[in-house]
Ligand binder design. Structure first.
Ligand code: ATP
Ligand code: MG
Length: 329
């Protein structure tokens, strides 16, 4: 059986971008692959060092999101990163296999540093997080990593580290492949960046109907579409990107786009349709989520058992790595 590993940073609850970018694939494949889902709390601290309580709280929120969208803890393993210190040790070894120059060229880290206003004062842990992700992926010997587009440079760097390691020390690590979904970069409600937990532009899987409706009504559309009778632009209009991703009735979406382009269809009407579609999608997720949230002890048990199973796998890989590095005395 092949192995899947993916991770999410517990910097907030999960959003629509996570669902179409990666969660849907993970839930769909969990019975065909040995599936590990890593809640990356140690990585979250690399840019949230001053908010450990926020990170701790969101470990549970992310776990609830997993379970609510259909991740089944009887087949998939949910692992809390801080419970697997072997990952930190692997990171230290891999840091010798990348250069500072190579890390500085990682386009996603560059973009995120800009968004966060980091210059030369970037926390060192944040700057090297692609290496800690290589540790996560290889510790579980993952073959496939379902990710959004922003994570492709991380998989590329992981492959480089794996090749370098195997060339220097003998074939030990497994080379992973990224699995990108049909919607690899869902835009945020402001229509600019990708939807992101930390960017204030996300619709969360746990948003109430009220919050959902407010967020959709406030969405960016086509700034030149100031009156319903004017023709509007669909390209780059996030309301239509969300309909493409979530409305099961493709013909109806095509017809809405036609009417919007022709003129005569207002933004409010399209947004109402989107609210309806998202409410239908989110309703069962909300129901499952609130039922699970009522039993925090059960969620903690799932996390504890998953972390123990995950740690056993990582320990095995670390032993092989230490042997390859001649550190096994
Ligand atoms: P943060 O702002 O804290 O970085 P995030 O929203 O970017 O949060 P991550 O935990 O960094 O979420 O990403 C988890 C996974 O979800 C990654 O595989 C990432 O590529 C994917 N993902 C995140 N945002 C999107 C999006 N807007 N569209 C598609 N996939 C996404
Ligand atoms: Mg991110």
């Amino acid at each position: 059986m092949k192995t899947i590993l993916t991770g999410d940073r517990p910097t907030g609850p999960l959003h629509l971008g996570h669902y179409v970018g990666s969660l849907e694939n993970r839930a769909g494949l969990q019975r065909e692959y040995a599936t590990y889902l890593l809640i990356a709390d140690v990585q979250a601290l690399t840019d949230h060092a001053d908010e450990p309580e926020l990170v701790r709280r969101n470990v549970v929120e992310v776990a609830l999101d997993y379970l609510a969208v259909g991740i089944d803890p009887a087949v998939a393993t949910i692992v809390v990163q801080s419970g697997v210190p072997e990952l930190a040790e692997l990171t230290i070894y891999y840091l010798n296999l990348v250069t500072v120059a190579r890390l500085g060229r990682n386009p996603t880290v560059k973009e995120e540093m800009q968004q966060k206003g980091f210059g030369a004062d970037v926390p060192a842990g944040f700057f090297v997080y692609p290496v800690s992700q290589a540790a996560d992926i290889t510790a579980f010997k993952a073959d496939v990593v379902p990710v959004g587009e922003d994570q492709l440079p991380m998989i590329e760097q992981t492959v480089e580290i794996v090749r370098r390691f195997n060339r220097l020390y003998g074939s030990t690590l497994v080379e992973p492949t990224a699995l990108v979904s049909k919607h690899p970069r869902l835009p945020g409600t402001e229509g600019q960046s990708k939807m992101g937990k930390s960017l204030g532009n996300a619709i969360f899987l746990s948003d109430s109907p009220d919050v959902l409706s407010k967020k959709v009504m406030g969405m960016y559309t086509d700034p030149r579409h100031v009156r319903a009778d004017l023709p509007g632009t669909v390209k780059g209009n996030p309301v239509f990107s969300y309909l493409d991703a979530f409305d099961p009735d493709e013909a109806a979406v095509a017809e809405l786009k036609r009417r919007y382009r022709a003129g005569g269809l207002g933004d409010v009407a399209v947004k109402r349709r989107l609210i309806e579609v998202l409410d239908v999608f989110l309703a069962p997720i909300r129901t499952r989520r609130s039922a699970l949230a009522r039993d925090p002890a059960a969620v903690e048990r799932i996390l504890r058992e998953g972390t123990a199973r995950g740690r056993a796998v990582a320990r095995q890989t670390l032993a092989e790595v230490r042997r390859a590095l001649h550190l096994d005395r």
